[in-house]
Design a protein. Structure first.
Lengths: 183, 169
């Protein structure tokens, strides 16, 4: 367990920003109600802007039960992704992190509507628990890969334990992407 | 990275028994769990950010631990009322034990007391149903050790038990 922790590879089921031609992949295991993830959100947004198309960004759900609304927020995001596609998912993702204090089911339905999806359908999915197991599976895969809290980041699949300030992250990503383009 | 406390008791050692108060002033003894697997998670302090993540993770994994037949006990030198407030505030479904009086005594016996800081070091133990330590791990205090190592250790024990004709959950 002292070995490097590796995240499962990116698949078609993942929520991805950026193309396959990107030089480096950043995976975030996050919780929409987690204050640390909320703090990381604007930083990661600036990091993404600075790296541009060199970066591929992936978000995976890791809702901790100490955050009472986190599981439904994650399930709602999955529901929106299925109903509205990748772009709708990222709109939802941004709305959730932008409104961490308002994550009741009705709020989630409202954000889904903003993302262009039928809010009632999302509420139905929540009531039926349609994505509960899927989110739990994502959580367990994360645990097995060494996700130990939120947010946990992986750079090109390897867990990143460094500082999460903008400059440090950009430098780390630039280093990996420079190695990728050089090799 | 800081490794100020000593080495944790290694696998094969008999786990020192103890009785410590848990959150609602209930004494809990290691011997109460004979026949079951126990995970001891020593950590430096309630409320500190890294500890919070670690315990929140274990709390979220309660069902998995239960499936594997294991009880998780968190141990720090914080008092029982501190544990009670912390458990409630963070909605933890975990038993937290107070290694409070004499301070750090149990942590010391497991080799993970940090004399300089006056707190338990961050360390994990998996103890089998006979009370023998089967896996131990000491993490630098500032690094959350996660749960992958614990789950692997528990599954390894379960597989071995099954091989001896026991049953798996």
């Amino acid at each position: 367990m002292t070995a490097q922790r590796r995240a499962p590879p990116v698949t078609d089921l993942d929520h991805v920003q950026g193309g396959d031609s990107a030089l480096v992949t950043l995976i975030e295991y996050g919780d929409f109600e987690c204050p640390s993830c909320g703090k990381a959100y604007p930083i990661l947004k600036r990091v993404k802007a600075r790296l541009g198309d060199r970066l591929r960004f992936v978000f995976r759900n890791f809702p901790l039960e100490s955050h009472p609304h986190a599981a439904h927020a994650a399930e709602a995001a999955e529901s929106v992704a299925t109903l509205g596609g990748n772009e709708a998912f990222w709109t939802m993702h941004d709305l959730l992190f932008g409104n961490q204090k308002a994550l009741e089911d009705d709020d989630l339905a409202g954000y889904a509507e903003h993302a262009g999806v039928d809010g009632r359908a999302v509420l139905m999915d929540l009531a039926e628990g349609r994505y509960r197991q899927y989110v739990r599976d994502s959580f367990m895969k994360g645990v097995r890969s060494g996700v130990n809290g939120t947010p946990t980041l992986f750079l090109d699949g390897i867990r990143y334990d460094g500082n999460r300030d903008e400059e440090t992250l950009v430098a780390a990503l630039q280093l990996v992407s420079a190695q990728a383009s050089g090799g | 990275m800081s490794w100020k406390a000593g080495a944790p008791l290694p696998p094969g050692t008999t786990a020192p028994d103890f009785t410590l108060p848990s959150s609602p002033r209930q004494p809990v003894s290691l011997a109460d769990f004979r026949g079951r697997l126990v995970v001891l998670a020593f950590y430096p302090a309630d409320w500190s950010p890294v500890c919070g993540d670690q315990l929140a993770l274990y709390s979220s994994l309660r069902d998995e631990f239960e499936r594997l037949g294991a009880e998780v006990l968190g141990i720090s030198v914080d008092g029982p009322w501190c544990h009670a407030a912390y458990t409630e505030a963070r909605r933890l479904r975990l038993t937290l034990l107070a290694d409070f009086e004499p301070k750090g005594e149990v942590s010391r016996r497991y080799g993970v007391y940090d004399e300089a800081e006056g707190t338990s070091g961050r360390a994990l133990f998996v103890i089998d149903g006979d009370g023998t330590i089967r896996w131990s791990y000491r993490s630098p205090d500032e690094v959350n050790p996660g749960a992958d190592g614990i789950l692997e250790a528990l599954e390894g024990l379960q597989a071995r038990t099954a091989g001896k004709g026991g049953t798996t959950a």
